[in-house]
Every structure is written in C-alpha cells, then in structure tokens.
Design a protein. Sequence first.
Length: 333
Amino acid sequence: MAKDPVRVLVTGAAGQIGYALVPMVARGVMLGPDQPVILHLLDIPPAAEALNGVKMELVDAAFPLLKGVVATTDVVEACTGVNVAVMVGGFPRKEGMERKDVMSKNVSIYKSQASALEKHAAANVKVLVVANPANTNALILKEFAPSIPEKNITCLTRLDHNRALGQISERLNVQVSDVKNVIIWGNHSSTQYPDVNHATVKTPSGEKPVRALIADDAWLQGEFITTVQQRGAAIIKARKLSSALSAASSACDHIRDWVLGTPEGTWVSMGVYSDGSYNVPAGLIYSFPVTCRNGEWTIVQGLSVDEFSRKKLDLTAEELTEEKALAYSCLQD
Ligand code: NAD
Ligand code: LMR
C-alpha cells in the first residue's frame, strides 16, 4: 500500500540552498524512494516571484513522489501540518563577514518562526536548522517553541562531518564511503573540532583506524582540522557564494539518517541539545556523535577524549556560550 505523504517545509526556498534542496526532497533523496512528499516552500515577499518560479519548475519536473507544493510567503500557511521542517531561510554570510555579523539578522527570524512552528506544525515535527548561526538559531527556535520536544530540534553539522570524510578519503586515496566515524564537536563555525581519533577506513584486510593509516600527526592535528573548519569560507572565496549543493545534500543525509536510522556500527554528527554528555554545558545546541533508531537520535557515549581534544571541545563550547548571550542581547535590542 502506498505510504501517506510526508509534509516537508523548506524555508528560504527561493534561495540557493533551497533551489538545490527541493528537487532532492522531491526525488526521495531525503526520505526514501518510496516516500511521497508534499513540499511547503516559504520565502519572504521580495522573493515571492522567484519562489513561484521554483514551484513552476517542480511542476515541470514531474517528480512521481511529489504529491503537492504549497509555495507561500505566509509563515502560518507554510508551517501548517508539516512533519519535517528544514529551516534554511535567513541572511547568509558574505565574503569577509564573520558569522557573528549575521547573528542579529537571523535570531529574530528564528524567534518568530518558532512560534509559527509550535502552533501549526504536526505535533512530532522534526526540525533541522541550516541557516547560520545554525546552532544558535536552533537554540532560539527551541527556547521560543517550548511545546516542541527538545529532541526534535537540531542543527546541521553533517556538512562538516561529510567534509571531514572527504578530506580523509582524499588524503588516503580511498572511497569516501569506506571512511566512517569522524566526529564534529561543537559549533558549525571555525571553532568546531573535527576529530578522527575514532574514525576508521574499510580496507581489503578489514577495518583500520585512520590514526593507524595516517601517521602524520602534524597533518591530523593541524591542516586537516583547519581545512574542515575553514571550508565554508574557502567555498565562499571560490564561488563568491556560500556552499549550496553540499549543504543541501548534507541536509538530506541528516534527515534521512534521523528518520530511517544510521547503519549498524556507524555514527554521524548532529547539532543537538546538550544534556551535559562529555562535560559539554547543558543547554547549548552542540554537535555530537549520534546514532539514530526509530526516529530518535542518541549521543554515542564512552568515547575517549584526550587532552588535545578536551581543549578543542571546551573552546567551541565557550564560543557557543558567548553566541547564546549575544543572541539574547540581540533579541532585547
Ligand atoms: P540565500 O540568500 O541564497 O537564500 C536565503 C533565502 O532565505 C532567500 O531566498 C531569502 O529571501 C530567504 N529568507 C530571508 N529571510 C527569510 C525569512 N524570514 N523567512 C523565510 N525565508 C527568508 O542563502 P543560502 O545560500 O541558501 O543560505 C541559507 C543559509 O544557510 C545561510 O544562513 C547560510 O549561511 C546557511 N548555510 C548553512 C550551512 C550549514 O552547514 N549549516 C551551510 C551553508 C549555508
Ligand atoms: C558553510 O559551512 O559552507 C556555510 O556555513 C557558510 C559559512 O558561512 O561558513
């Protein structure tokens, strides 16, 4: 029997990530090849015409899984009944801007959209915040939507996770699909800590630790980390626009694994509400290694954290604590 359609909200749908993301959702990349979807597309009035153009293209593409498109500038109409909400709408970072510069523009958007989601989305809506500052926007959304379970509000660090997999695969000249269990700790910013201490690579003679295959500690603790941390800025420099296809693809990975589960023996990175695991302050949205089963994520426990890593986990937590304070001060202005 055919499944009932899932309603997927994409905010900022007329923007560049939106344009890359909506065909992926309509093709089943996010929720599976047998899951019909109804797309809810939200943007702001100046982008209404472009949004309508996106809707026209979705119709023209005749996606078999796409059972309807709601394209609107009305936040209530956009949020009504949605099961999955991918929050991309916001003001993106331009070349030369620090992420904090975009804070005040974005937190007020997330405060007001929190209320609309809380009142009008499906009770168990799963929320993924992509727009920067992603962790702090998600935190604001959580705080202003208290009836949405806190486990349902997450932010995107899967792009950073995938970037780390990509760097290891290039360095070792192996398939990216053979590399797993890197971790992104903390903020989706240049203080994030990409950690390979528990990562492995599938080889013809079994699974090997990345640390055993790459003896160059200086690279692993230096250039590898900074390359992943700075990748967003490098893309902006090269494209004069921030990453879009990789962000859209990673957003699909995030929701797919959350809903359909992570493969046995594999974890992924998600920005989730901290419960104090790994001595990360509770009350931040912080990226942890997680596994997913039955639509729920669980932080992987018991991984060793050496002294080098500890400092990095704390540094990015400090930045998030500062961002949280700054966000609240912006909301008071
Ligand atoms: P974009 O400017 O192309 O698109 C953003 C869209 O959001 C625009 O169409 C704009 O009109 C719309 N918008 C603005 N305010 C809105 C509101 N209140 N409600 C609904 N829509 C609104 O930007 P983009 O390149 O698509 O990037 C979107 C966001 O994603 C940015 O904040 C960017 O920094 C962030 N980003 C995050 C990651 C990540 O890994 N977390 C990666 C890449 C980009
Ligand atoms: C990215 O990681 O590509 C985006 O978050 C863009 C940015 O502002 O760094």
